[in-house]
Design a protein around this ligand. Sequence first.
Ligand SMILES: Cc1cc2nc3c(=O)[nH]c(=O)nc-3n(C[C@H](O)[C@H](O)[C@H](O)COP(=O)(O)OP(=O)(O)OC[C@H]3O[C@@H](n4cnc5c(N)ncnc54)[C@H](O)[C@@H]3O)c2cc1C
Length: 372
Amino acid sequence: MAVSATVVVAGAGLAGLAAAWELSRAGANVALLDAERRPGGMVVTERPGGPGEKDGFVVEGGPDGFLAAEPDIQELARDAGIGGRLVDQLASGSSLWTGRRLEPLAEGQAAALLGIQIPSDVGAQLAAPLQFGFRSFATGMLDLVEALVARLAPVFRPAQGVTGLAPATRGWRLSLNGGSTVEAEAVILALPAWAAARLVTGAGVPAARHLDDVIYYPSTTVSLAYRSDQLAAAPAGTGFVSAAEWGESGAAVRACSYSWLKYPGRAPPGHALIRAFVGPVDGDPAAAAHAELAGILGIRGSPLWSRAFTWPRGLPRYEPGHAGHVAAVRERLTRLAPLAIAGAGFDGAGVSACVKSGREAAREILHRLGHV
Ligand SMILES: Cc1cc2nc3c(=O)[nH]c(=O)nc-3n(C[C@H](O)[C@H](O)[C@H](O)COP(=O)(O)OP(=O)(O)OC[C@H]3O[C@@H](n4cnc5c(N)ncnc54)[C@H](O)[C@@H]3O)c2cc1C
């Protein structure tokens, strides 16, 4: 397929969608390319419809929400006309599974135990109780992707993986899988760090090889559905984190969200939906998760159904010096034709940070193209 555009955005995860949204809003001629057929990247929401035991559930395979104190994703949602679909968490508080009992955790402690890096400006706001909490969208994180894609559909090119990037007479030439090429005055790479590292290094920026130092940790989530009466009692809070000794003893469940208590509309009345974060297991992760959760939460019988999502490269973690490497690459890019990098691999793993990163990259490119 021939693609012609002033700006190519490679990667249609939240960072790329936010970048393409910003560019398109400013009237730029954009093409949004993704290697996959499905836009959204790590955002995967399933809403199994039709009559059947899965009807009425909202199942998240990737992110399920964001801190209410993070403004960027909420601003984008409002700009995209779906501010009314933002929903607050219903329950609050989380617990620690010690291996014997569930003990309440202080606010923010669960994130610390999971090693989730909360930006310092957001961390400061967490001290204010009204600011604390998480938000999501009425029928899952995909609501935002769908709202953005509704506008970007004419410029979205699925199954167009970028395999090479080289300077062209006026801007850049991108090689795509399948052998075709596309030229553009400007490019935004909203790709995982390893993919951007390869392309930017190949385009003549040796310092970009350090971007590949970002480690993406594998992750498996398992969603399990039950009838409410299979649980001894509704648990308190939004979920639990397992103590380190529990994982070290060979147990599978690292953390667990009570999805149906956390956000509205995640399970039909009379049902419970639980999402477990599972470490490496021999055999079926859903069976391992159910066996442990049955003991922890007093669940009788088998799940009605289960759904596992495996992310061989899930959440990124940054090595010391990461911010310096990213800044050095960005500084180098200012001396080339307009080229920007955006996304979780560079500016923070949270969905709101990705939106901010994508929009900022777009504004920088617009500025360099003389749009602003
Ligand atoms: C299990 C799980 C749970 C999470 N939970 C939360 C949460 O609750 N809250 C939160 O804030 N964050 C959470 N995160 C993190 C968050 O979802 C991600 O960091 C964020 O969605 C990443 O967005 P992105 O646009 O930077 O990258 P991605 O979503 O990874 O998008 C990159 C895109 O680039 C495409 N691509 C790759 N290579 C190429 C190529 N060569 N050419 C073209 N396209 C290419 C990919 O197909 C993909 O669509 C979670 C992540 C996981 C895995």
